[in-house]
Design a protein around this ligand. Structure first.
Ligand SMILES: *Cc1c(COP(=O)(O)O)cnc(C)c1O
Length: 381
């Protein structure tokens, strides 16, 4: 005989909700979850909204995953290597570092979370720029931590003095920045490190598409942490692997607060294979950058201001037929694209981002669909 269903099959009432929620820690009860970009499941969308790679990963990845699963899948009975040992060593070698300088995470989002766990709480603030990666405030919230938010102005130049004066224990700098694509010079990063006594995390999710990166600074700066991901330039967003490069003492802290089996066998195998196929990776990066630079010029030619991107997306300010820009104009372009099954990203909640659209660089075919739709929007708007 069936007993009562363990939870209501219909929508929970407010009363039930508040009773359960009052059992949670107060800061958890009032959290707002991160808003991920839409992931439509029906076919026919041109999906340029979450900065995924438009090209597939190296064919070696599928081979490696098949090999790891084997004929029977029996290897999956066993836990993965708890330190992602082989991958750690390969990443260290790739960057000219030691395995003790590397911690592998379930996506770089996990690494960012582990850093918050180590360095942020109510009396130890985490700093970050606005606009930048919108996950940071969510992670601070989970920690019930304090934050120091340093605003950009429209120039998107780093306000070094304000960052240094932030008094935060840990500062998260996205470079190249999201959603603007603007990269910061190593000279700026060193200028911060010279006068800031906390941990400086440079979130380099898009660094493979950039001219410069901060890895070479690690040897001289023990308080620098560089965070990378396989999600963007290695086309492995679905496999969830990211990593931190840092001084062994910082890596030791991350290893203490992470789950012991945080990266699956399949993920370790996939990332290792992707890292090994350097020629394939280089080719993907070249193609994405070529398409990006072409459309940066196209948008400039029609008079749309676009930040000089060193990432795999463009942050552009749409201009309607009357030459107007602004939040409503951007919203109109976003809605028009959406109605024509082209998905990009609009960030309406901040004055500096609301007049812009963020467009992930797609294949040349996808970009043509995007551009034709933007042109017909402009003639109709
Ligand atoms: C995409 C992105 C990440 C997340 O990467 P995952 O490895 O997929 O978790 C981290 N930081 C920034 C700035 C990103 O844009």
């Amino acid at each position: 005989m069936r007993t009562a269903v363990p939870w209501p099959s219909g929508p929970a009432t407010d009363v039930e909700n508040s009773e359960l929620q009052s059992l949670a820690l107060p800061h958890v009860a009032k959290l707002h979850a991160y808003t991920p970009g839409l992931q439509p499941t029906e076919p026919g969308w041109t999906k340029l909204n979450t900065n995924e790679c438009p090209y597939p990963p190296s064919p070696r990845v599928a081979e490696a995953v098949r090999r790891e699963v084997g004929e029977s899948g029996a290897s999956l009975r066993l836990y993965p290597n708890p330190t992602s040992g082989l991958l750690r060593a390969a990443i260290a070698a790739h960057h000219g570092l030691q395995p003790a300088n590397v911690c592998i995470g379930n996506g770089s989002d996990e690494i960012l979370n582990l850093l918050m766990r180590c360095f942020c709480r109510p009396d130890r603030s985490a700093g970050f720029m606005l606009p930048s990666y919108s996950l940071y405030p969510v992670l601070v919230g989970v920690q019930d931590g304090a934050s120091t938010v340093i605003p950009f102005d429209r120039s998107m130049k780093l306000p070094l003095d304000a960052m240094i004066a932030s008094g935060s224990r840990v500062f998260f700098l996205t470079s190249p920045n999201a959603p603007t694509g603007v990269a910061f010079a190593n000279a700026d990063i060193e200028a911060i490190l010279a006068r800031f006594d906390g941990i400086l995390v440079v979130d380099e999710a898009y660094a493979p598409f950039a001219r410069e990166n901060a890895v070479g600074l690690l040897a001289r700066h023990p308080r620098l942490v560089v965070v990378r991901t396989f999600s963007k330039a290695y086309a492995l967003a679905g496999i969830r692997v990211g990593y931190a490069l840092a001084h062994p003492d910082v890596i030791g802290l991350l290893d203490r607060v992470r789950d012991s089996y945080n990266v699956s066998r399949l993920s370790q195998a996939a990332a290792l294979a992707a890292l090994g196929d350097t020629a394939y990776h280089a080719n993907v990066v070249v193609r994405v950058c070529r398409t990006r630079d072409h459309y940066l010029k196209v948008l400039g030619d029609v008079g749309w201001f676009t930040y000089p991107s060193q990432a795999n997306f463009l942050f552009t300010e749409p201009r309607n037929a009357r030459g107007e820009t602004g939040p409503e104009v951007a919203k109109s372009a976003y809605d028009y694209l959406c109605a024509h099954k082209v998905l990009v990203r609009h960030f309406p909640s901040h004055a500096l981002t609301a007049p812009f659209l963020r467009i992930s660089v797609g294949t040349d075919d996808e970009m043509l669909v995007l551009w034709q739709n933007l042109q017909s929007w402009q003639t109709h708007a």
